[in-house]
Design a binder for this molecule. Structure first.
Ligand SMILES: Nc1ncnc2c1ncn2[C@@H]1O[C@H](COP(=O)(O)OP(=O)(O)OP(=O)(O)O)[C@@H](O)[C@H]1O
Ligand code: SF4
Ligand SMILES: [Mg+2]
Length: 365
């Protein structure tokens, strides 16, 4: 991909949260490996979907990208510039260009402030417009996102859930950003309202040439809105492909399992998708499993999976290469037509016992 097509490049980004003990003399007793070496590119004008189970690091990655969190290591290039080490002052102009929309339209709006002044915040912070000019711009934004501009003086409690998310969208849009990171923007809304907000986001994208990172648990939502989709598991990207390719030719057993869970919720698909039930819970991100992090739950796991971390690279399927840009972090990618429900793990006993005793994860951090 030409460099000029790439708006955002995430290179080996790591974010660990230290776990400390002691009140006065704090010492580190462990680390939450929330994001553990993520590489991603986001192209200008596209929507990149980001999915994965709860706790896999989606929001942490979003906050690293928007520089709400400092990185443990790695770099984030935005519009050709490394923003990962910029100071607060140097970040100010970048903050205009990268905005975030949050899941909780209730929690992210101050209930005691009028909607007009909430939406006008970005103008105030960046000293862009004041007085009547600010009011005019805010009312223009309200109209753009489908709110009645005459409701300028109302409070967040006077609006429904969907309308409050429109307030969040208006605020994010105020400074005409290039990138909007949408962290589960519709998860808290009724299904009927979700479609309205998604349509609004899509209309705004084509009108203003916006680029989105769209985070969700629900694969069917992500499929609908995304050009490409990245799947995360325990702090790592496990598979990335165009939406169509991922949904029709997923190679990673974890993606297959997510798709099968989504199909159970969607009766139209239930017949064509295999039903794969994942065993066990997501392991703790404090001491992630050795090798492939998915191996304790993977129906295809073999000894190699316990020992070697699989790289996120293009994989051959039936000896053939797949669509350009399709990458999977799996030693034994799923072949077309393969029935994962029939697969059984083949990990040698000593490895399993050592794993259960936590020996392997200590030896191979
Ligand atoms: N500020 C923090 N301090 C310590 N641990 C954190 C912090 N924020 C997140 N974590 C941990 O990091 C891991 C990743 O959390 P994160 O919120 O990024 O996941 P997520 O994929 O967004 O989950 P969800 O789908 O529930 O929103 C979790 O184990 C979480 O408990
Ligand atoms: S590398 Fe092994 S354990 Fe990991 S997903 Fe692939 S087959 Fe399963
Ligand atoms: Mg989250």
């Amino acid at each position: 991909m030409a460099d000029s097509d790439v708006l955002l490049r995430v290179d080996n980004v790591v974010k660990h949260f230290p776990i400390t003990q002691g009140i006065i003399f704090k010492h580190e007793v462990g680390r939450v490996h929330a994001v553990d070496g993520v590489n991603l590119e986001v192209r200008r004008g596209e929507t990149l979907g980001l999915v994965g189970e709860t706790g896999c690091g989606k929001s942490t990655l979003a906050r690293c990208i928007t520089r709400l969190y400092p990185l443990t290591s790695g770099t984030v290039d935005f519009d050709g510039r490394d923003i990962s080490t910029l100071s607060r002052r140097e970040l100010r102009p970048i903050r205009r260009e990268i905005q975030m929309i949050f899941q909780d339209p209730y929690g992210s709006l101050n209930p005691r402030r009028r909607v007009g002044s909430i939406i006008g915040d970005p103008f105030a912070i960046h000293g862009i417009a004041d007085g009547q000019e600010r009011k005019r711009r805010v009312q223009e934004l309200m109209e753009l996102v489908g709110l009645n501009p005459e409701h300028y003086n109302r409070f967040p409690a006077d609006f429904s859930g969907g309308q409050r998310q429109r307030i969040g969208v208006a605020r994010a849009l105020a400074l005409r950003p290039k990138l909007i990171v949408c962290d589960e923007p519709v998860s808290a809304l009724d299904v009927s309202i979700q479609a309205q907000i998604i349509n609004l986001l899509q209309d705004l994208q084509s009108e203003f040439g916006l680029t989105y990172i769209f985070i969700a648990h629900d694969l069917s939502v992500v499929e609908h809105v995304s050009d490409r989709v990245a799947v995360m598991y325990l702090g790592k990207v496990t598979e990335l492909a165009s939406s169509n390719e991922l949904y029709n030719r997923a190679q990673h057993p974890y993606t297959k399992a997510l798709l099968s869970a989504a199909s159970i919720a969607d009766p139209d698909r239930a017949e064509v998708r295999q039903r794969i039930v994942l065993v066990g819970d997501v392991p703790s991100p404090v001491s992630p499993p050795s090798g492939c992090r998915f191996h304790p739950r993977c129906p295809k796991a073999k000894d190699k999976c316990v020992e070697q971390v699989p790289e996120l690279i293009p994989r051959l399927v039936n000896g053939q290469s797949t669509e350009a840009g399709h990458v999977a972090a799996c030693h034994f990618p799923v072949e077309p037509g393969e029935d994962l429900a029939l697969a059984t793990p083949d990990i040698s006993q000593p490895e399993r016992e050592a794993e259960a005793a936590g020996v392997l994860s200590q030896e191979r951090p």
